[in-house]
Design a protein around this ligand. Structure first.
Ligand code: SF4
Ligand code: SF4
Length: 282
């Protein structure tokens, strides 16, 4: 089985890339598995997606801890922590015009994904080049050299004709312009970032870094209100994706700075008239 980690930022088409590549491998006769990992949902937030493919059914169901291939969709350098997950002998594919001046116990290839996207007018709503499909063309060249046609089919089946055609051309160009690197004497190792001190975890926290940094409560259109029947069992806190509920001094406390109003707490509560969602008046 081969495992791939795809990194990028919200709005760069990371999830779409993982799905298109999964479709490509499936059309090539492989069993595939693809799923994204989101933290705080916002454009520009670091996010990753995982892809597994094998010629036998895939039994693993957990997120990747190590990978054979790391594909960076962003034109910015890949996170060093992600590079550290590459297995010895693995492949690092980066979206860069020029060579990636680092080396390790892995192979490196680069493709000018953003430049290709810019040339073909594949831009985000904000006008940024979307290099994801061009990078996929490179990935197919490196991993499934006979699979460009499958990638083109995947793109056409996923996108409307008007959007699909420039993306097909970008994929073909990514396939053609992808370059494998040789290590040179000036290449340096790519060190993981130094560990940062993190605040202690609150009880039941599910996504501690992001909720500390992002005031997600300001997005809420609704918020939970606890009612008299709440028996303080704490189940809702276990499911809260923002770690915004906790049990304290025999009562449930809601952190409205971070509650994003998803309503999961209301959905999972097994007790009638214990919690309800209310509209936030702005
Ligand atoms: S709201 Fe429901 S799930 Fe949450 S503590 Fe109260 S009874 Fe339990
Ligand atoms: S609505 Fe409930 S589950 Fe969702 S973030 Fe707020 S407290 Fe957590």
């Amino acid at each position: 089985m081969q495992e791939m980690l795809i990194t990028g930022r919200g709005g760069e088409g990371v999830v779409l890339a993982s799905q298109l590549l999964a479709d490509t491998f499936a059309r090539g006769g492989f069993y595939v598995q693809s799923f994204p990992e989101f933290k705080a949902e916002r454009r520009g937030a670091p996010l990753s997606a995982f892809l597994r493919w094998d010629d036998e059914p895939i039994r693993r169901r957990y997120k990747l801890r190590e990978c054979d291939v790391l594909m960076s969709i962003s034109p910015s350098p890949p996170p060093a922590r992600a590079v550290a997950t590459l297995r010895p002998g693995g492949l690092l594919l980066v979206n860069r015009e020029t060579r990636f001046p680092h080396c390790g116990d892995w192979h490196v290839a680069h493709v000018p994904g953003s430049g290709i996207a810019r040339r073909h007018g594949i831009l985000s709503a904000e006008g940024r080049p979307m290099g994801n499909v061009a990078v996929l063309g490179a990935a197919v060249k490196l991993l499934l050299p006979d699979g460009l046609e499958f990638l083109e089919q995947a793109i056409r089946s996923r996108m409307g004709a008007k959007i699909a055609e420039p993306n097909v051309v970008a994929a073909q160009e990514g396939y053609r312009l992808c370059a494998r690197q040789h290590t040179v004497a000036t290449d340096s190792s790519y060190e993981p970032e130094p560990a940062v001190a993190r605040p202690p975890l609150p009880v039941f926290s599910a996504s501690f870094m992001d909720t500390r940094v992002n005031n997600t409560g300001s997005w809420s259109l609704e918020r939970p209100a606890l009612l008299a029947a709440c028996n303080v069992c704490g189940l809702c806190a276990l499911f809260c994706p923002e770690g915004a509920m906790r049990r304290e001094d025999g009562t449930m406390v809601i952190d409205f700075d971070h509650c994003k109003g998803c309503g999961i707490c209301e959905d999972v509560c097994p007790v009638q008239n214990a919690i309800t969602m209310e509209e936030v008046l702005v």
